[in-house]
Design a binder for this molecule. Structure first.
Ligand SMILES: Cc1ncc(COP(=O)(O)O)c(C=O)c1O
Length: 386
């Protein structure tokens, strides 16, 4: 039996009628950008996340980039983040003319380690009259950008406390975590702003690229609405240079339909994760992801740490079991970021997990027999390699 890492056709079967109706309706109205679907999705998302405002943009990457601009990041200012994330997190910082500073992860949660964040600020930075200065580069640190990786919320209480102490703003990267909760509150409602992605494979995905920003700060929201239309509030009058970054109506319509099912789908993902965890408990070479009791993990990905990961991957590939490595090369070791001056060994936990992680198939429609087949193949691999 082959098991796909993701099969979006199964989800489509469930929502086909609604998608066809709503998409055709857009063609009837011929209103493709900044219309009824976009504004309704913004309101519905704000309600869902319990925030004041949501602003649709063209992608999760743009959600990060525009947020950094709207949070007033200036050229050469620093943003502290994790190196163990999708490239866009670091790319957006650079494209916003900021400097990324990477802090190591907690190897159990895969998220930025608040303790290491504290140490970084204490040892490598100093407080000045107008904020926090990185001692060696003299960059002013302005923002902390935690990533809720794979759908597991970061330890927000600690992060909020540290950022308050140092006067730093927070931009959450919630691109993999729509619907995840930390102590009963949705991610995306903790920071000054938060970025979401509607890339089709996300747990809440559109039919193309799309993204959204949530915020409780009216000034940030206003600036974002301006930045997404080339920096103009009044048509053809521009007081800053912005972007062309809108969530189009077709994307908004599809995401609106899916938002109604999201809790049900996230719950199914969590049930599949529990089944994986039960069945994997017998295989000592594999560590399963944690779900701390205070957080609701939405399992955008189910990521194990595996002994002989690369051989296991090759075996699963050969036997038709979908799997992926998210992410094999941490940002601090990417060729394009060499100029930042990091080297191998700088972020020990990050580098270790990048060599061990493997994502297994997970999506709401994944069948129990398919999960069992994945486990059977993993067990076969380890019993054969003993
Ligand atoms: C953690 C993270 N940040 C940012 C992004 C960028 O989102 P997008 O692909 O919609 O630009 C993604 C998704 O691809 C992501 O997983």
């Amino acid at each position: 039996m082959q098991v796909p890492i993701l099969d979006l056709r199964r989800q489509y079967e469930q929502i086909k009628k609604e998608v066809k109706r709503e998409v055709l309706n857009i063609f009837e109205t011929q209103h493709f950008i900044l219309g009824e679907n976009g504004s309704s999705l913004e309101k519905e998302s704000a309600n869902y996340l319990c925030v004041k405002e949501c602003i649709g943009v063209a992608s999760g990457t743009d959600a990060l980039l525009l947020s950094l601009r709207a949070m007033d990041l200036k050229e050469g200012e620093g943003v502290i983040t994790t190196s163990f994330t999708f490239f866009a997190t670091g790319g957006a910082i650079h494209n916003a003319k900021g400097i990324p500073f990477f802090v190591d992860v907690n190897p159990v949660t895969f998220n930025i380690d608040p303790q290491k964040l504290k140490e970084f600020l204490k040892k490598e930075c100093e407080k000045a009259d107008d904020g926090v200065i990185h001692k060696m580069s003299k960059a002013k640190i302005k923002i902390v950008l935690p990533v809720h990786l794979y759908g597991l919320p970061c330890e927000m209480d600690e992060i909020l406390k540290i950022c308050k102490e140092y006067g730093l703003k927070i931009l959450e990267d919630s691109c993999q975590a729509f619907g995840a909760e930390y102590k009963g509150k949705k991610v995306g409602s903790f920071g000054d702003a938060s970025a979401f992605s509607f890339f089709p494979t996300k747990n809440l995905g559109g039919a193309g690229d799309g993204g959204m920003i949530s915020t409780n700060d009216e000034n940030i929201a206003r600036r974002l609405k301006k930045l997404r239309v080339h920096g103009s509030e009044r048509r053809y009058y521009h007081d800053e240079i912005g972007y062309n970054s809108r969530l189009d109506e077709i994307q908004a319509a599809v995401v609106r339909i899916k938002l109604k099912y999201l809790d049900e789908w996230n719950k199914k993902r969590a049930e599949i994760a529990d089944l994986y965890r039960d069945l994997l408990a017998k295989i000592e070479e594999v560590k399963t992801p944690v779900a701390p009791p205070y957080s609701k993990h939405i399992y955008h990905q189910f990521v194990i740490r595996a002994k002989n990961r690369d051989d296991l991957k090759a075996y699963l590939d050969k036997n038709g079991i979908g799997n992926m490595i998210y992410y094999p090369v941490p940002l601090h070791l990417q060729t394009c970021f060499q100029f930042l001056g990091y080297k191998k060994g700088d972020l020990i936990e990050t580098e270790k997990v990048a060599g061990e992680v493997l994502a297994l198939p997970i999506f709401a429609e994944l069948r129990e027999e398919e999960v069992k087949e994945v486990i059977r193949q993993i067990a076969n691999f380890y019993s054969g390699s003993k």
